[in-house]
Write a protein that binds this ligand. Structure first.
Ligand code: BGC
Length: 364
């Protein structure tokens, strides 16, 4: 485990994840007016989840008396590299990075390492660099499994408990994946295909276009416009008479684009999956349109991340719960992985309203 950033242990040890545990301590140097600075680089404000991520990390760090430089790169890789360079130059004590392109940060992270600045990969693994100290994310393989499971449940191939119903179809589906430069996208895809493959092999599921390889179904930069463009290519077979029963969608912005494209083509609504429980999709799930989404609580992800930063800058070891899954091509990055939650019309109130993410009015 990297030790290079270890400095004077100015603060009490924080071992437990949780706001109560964290709020008991404040940042090193807070009393003498020399507050440590944390650079937080996020990918884009084009999707609600990243705005919530940035806000949550910033407010939780500030509550522990850290200064925060929060930047968004609007999905432009050179901009993100430049922002990280600026954070290093201004003397950041730690970096939290939600990367755009998982392999584009090698050089700038080498600069961070040379300046003794620890780096936490936030939600997305940073690849091909030995200068990533920790990874805070969700169980991304599980997200893919959950997406595929909800697709099969929506089609009636699996029941609510996840058991096969014996429905033999054939059901015609299409598959979408996320951005090829985001490590998460392949992890989601692999998790989903592990569930879907047996049904594709047995003929219960048929991919109408025949496009099943990751490269054929990836959506550059997760951009809903690219999903709309691909739907325009896929839809003629269905407007000509074939029935589209379901679509595996990896992210809510893409799910909404798919639902709109189908609607505009005058076709019946297929079973569509999602991820992030963004407001438009949460409303759509509540209204019985989008079949499901996967909720990943960014408040918890911020807590895990802030715990890591605080431990590192206090000279203690961050808490992790996975030391095997995330090999980034150079090292296996010690990780803390949180549990994602399925959201459907049946449980959205319990998860999203009772859990405090949205009010009932916002979803009506
Ligand atoms: C995140 C997802 C998100 C996607 C698009 C992924 O890396 O894990 O939550 O839907 O990026 O922003």
């Amino acid at each position: 485990m990297p030790q290079r950033w270890r400095r004077s242990a100015a603060v009490a040890v924080v071992g437990l994840i949780g706001t109560a545990g964290l709020s008991a301590c404040t940042a090193a140097g807070a009393d003498d007016g020399d507050r440590p600075l944390v650079g937080v680089a996020m990918p884009t404000t084009a999707s609600e989840r990243w705005i919530a991520d940035g806000d949550n990390v910033q407010s939780q760090l500030e509550a522990l008396a850290y200064d925060v430089d929060l930047r968004y790169a609007e999905d432009d890789v050179p901009t993100q590299v430049e922002q990280l360079q600026e954070m290093i130059a201004e003397g950041a004590d730690a970096l939290v990075v939600g990367s755009i392109d998982g392999v584009a940060l090698k050089d700038v992270l080498a600069d961070a390492a040379a300046a003794d600045i620890p780096v936490i990969a936030y939600d997305r693994l940073i690849r091909e660099s030995g200068d990533v100290d920790y990874y805070a994310s969700f169980d991304n393989a599980r997200v893919g499994v959950q997406q595929a499971t909800t697709l099969l449940q929506g089609l009636g191939v699996l029941d609510a408990a996840g058991e096969p119903t014996g429905a033999s179809g054939p059901f015609t589906i299409e598959l979408f994946a996320g951005s090829a430069d985001d490590n998460n996208a392949t992890v989601f895809y692999d998790g989903a295909m592990q569930v879907l493959q047996p049904y594709l092999d047995s003929g219960v599921l048929v991919v109408g276009s025949g496009e099943t390889a990751f490269d054929q179904i990836a959506t550059e930069r997760w951009d809903p416009k690219n999903a709309t463009a691909r739907m325009a290519e896929l839809l003629p077979r269905y407007t000509a008479g074939a029935r589209l029963d379901g679509v595996l969608s990896p992210y809510d912005g893409i799910s909404i684009a798919i639902l709109e494209a189908v609607d505009q083509a005058g076709l019946p609504q297929p079973v569509v999956t999602g991820q992030d429980a963004e407001l438009a999709s949460a409303k759509s799930v509540a209204a019985g349109e989008q079949y499901a989404t996967i909720f990943k609580d960014t408040r918890q992800l911020a807590e895990v991340t802030v715990q890591m930063v605080h431990a590192l800058l206090s000279g203690t070891e961050p808490e992790v719960n996975d030391t095997t899954s995330y090999d980034n091509g150079v090292i296996v990055v010690p990780s803390y992985l949180l549990a994602p939650q399925v959201v459907t019309e049946q449980n959205y109130r319990a998860v999203l309203v009772d859990g405090g993410t949205y009010t009932a009015q916002e979803l009506s």
